[in-house]
Each structure stands twice: as structure tokens, then as C-alpha cells.
Ligand binder design. Structure first.
Ligand code: ZN
Length: 247
């Protein structure tokens, strides 16, 4: 795969070769992820998802570039924890539509939002952004991994909704950026089986209200890099399959 941010413009131009090309935008957040994962966890996961998708698209004969990631999202639920930063839905949507217009000027024909931050208001903003960017001229997809058919491919913990800095996310960060994981802490953390997804749906507003006093839900100690590699491949497949559907 080709990450746009890591190469000179001339190499990027050569990578698309003057022909049709697609873009993958990793979208994460700067958000507390337990005592063992970095604030950048969702960015790491989103980039791994986009890299995985780019590899699959290349195998299918498509030229796709991975854009520099968005490190900020609508991140209110964890705002009680220091370092967690949030932007408004309107700002997030406007930024994506602006980027889509700029990509279209360079001949990009399709954009996918590769999102790893699962807060409902954030995902709602991305859904609006995809519609607005498409209306502005660049067909834009948001393959939401929380949707039932996608979630079913990401394991029992993910499906349970107890999946913030638990086994699912810890495994992916262990696979993609192991040097960022405090593994000595991770292995000793007790499982927190509360579903953050269900708690938010029931009206809770914050991680602390929902029962995540340590900013994690799920089972961090059950994570492994091997599981993370499988999850990254699955995330890439979800995005690539959505992009390969003819519009
Ligand atoms: Zn996360």
C-alpha cells in the first residue's frame, strides 16, 4: 500500500500513473484508552484498516492511496480523562467535505472513510459527511464497522459492545504498534464486561457514567498480536469489499 504522507509528491503521482485512483482516509480520535493503550489508539487502528484495504484493492487491480489520518473526532464520552480532545460534528463534517473537493481536483474517483472511533455522535457525523461529500462530487463511502453484518466479522467482544481498549482494540494496537502498548499493565487488568454500546444506547453520556472508571471496557488481558493481525485483515476486507461494489 502507499501512504501519501510518506513519499514525495512525484512518487505519489507516479503511483496513480495518471489513471483512475481511489483514496482511503483513516479517521481516529485523540481519546483515553485505558491505562495501557496510547491516546492515539483509534488513529493506529484506522491506519491499519486503511493499509489493509489498500492492499486488498491493489490485489484487485485498483490504485488506492492512504491519506494522512484524522487524529480528532467527536469525542465527548471520554472527555473526563485528561488528554482526550473533541471537535464538533459540524467541524468534522466540513473538514471531510473540503478534503473530498480537494481530492476530486486531483482526479480521485472514490473515497472511503476508514473509521475506528465508535462514538455514536461521531459516526452520525461521518454518515452526514459521506452524503455531503458525495453530493459535492466525490462518491464517498462510510463502511460503518458497527453495522451488524460488519460487527459479526470482528469477534464476540466487538459484537457485545464491551469493546473500548479491550481485547479487540488492544490486539490491533499490539499487532500494528507494539511499542505503544504498556504490556506490563495490560496483562494484569481485570475484564470489564460492561457494554459501552448498550450503556450509551440506554442514555449514559460518559465512560464514567457507564462504568468505565479506568477508561476501558472488555478484556485487555485477552489480547494478542496474532488476533490483531486477523482483525486488521478483516477490517481491510470490510472496507475494500464496500469500495469494490460498483456505484
Ligand atoms: Zn478506540
Amino acid at each position: 500500500m502507499t501512504r501519501l504522507a510518506g513519499i514525495p509528491w512525484s512518487d505519489a503521482a507516479a503511483a496513480v500513473g495518471g489513471g483512475e485512483w481511489w483514496a482511503l482516509l483513516p479517521i481516529g480520535s485523540t481519546e483515553a484508552h485505558g491505562p495501557h493503550l496510547p491516546l492515539s489508539s483509534d488513529v493506529v487502528i484506522a491506519e491499519a484498516m486503511a493499509d489493509g484495504a489498500a492492499a486488498r484493492l491493489a490485489a484487485a487491480g485498483r490504485r488506492a492511496l492512504v491519506l494522512p489520518p484524522l487524529a480528532y473526532g467527536v469525542t465527548e464520552c471520554a472527555h473526563d480523562f485528561f488528554g482526550t480532545l473533541s471537535i464538533t460534528p459540524a467541524t468534522l463534517t466540513a473538514l471531510i467535505v473540503d478534503l473530498a473537493r480537494s481530492l476530486a481536483r486531483h482526479g480521485c474517483k472514490r473515497l472511503a472513510l476508514c473509521n475506528a472511533h465508535l462514538e455514536p455522535d461521531h459516526r452520525a457525523a461521518l454518515k452526514s459527511a459521506a452524503a455531503a461529500a458525495t453530493a459535492a462530487g466525490l462518491p464517498t463511502l462510510f463502511p460503518d464497522i458497527v453495522r451488524r453484518a460488519n460487527a459479526a466479522r470482528l469477534g464476540a467482544e466487538f459484537q457485545s459492545g464491551a469493546c473500548h481498549a479491550g481485547a479487540y482494540e488492544s490486539s490491533i494496537v499490539l499487532a500494528a504498534r507494539p511499542e505503544l502498548v504498556r504490556d506490563d499493565l495490560r496483562v494484569g487488568l481485570p475484564e470489564n464486561p460492561i457494554s459501552i454500546g448498550a450503556a450509551l444506547a440506554a442514555g449514559k453520556k460518559t465512560f464514567k457514567e457507564a462504568g468505565g472508571a479506568d477508561a476501558y471496557f472488555g478484556a485487555p488481558a485477552a489480547a494478542s498480536a496474532m488476533a490483531g493481525r486477523e482483525l486488521i485483515a478483516m477490517l481491510g476486507a470490510i472496507v475494500a469489499e464496500a469500495m469494490l461494489v460498483p456505484t
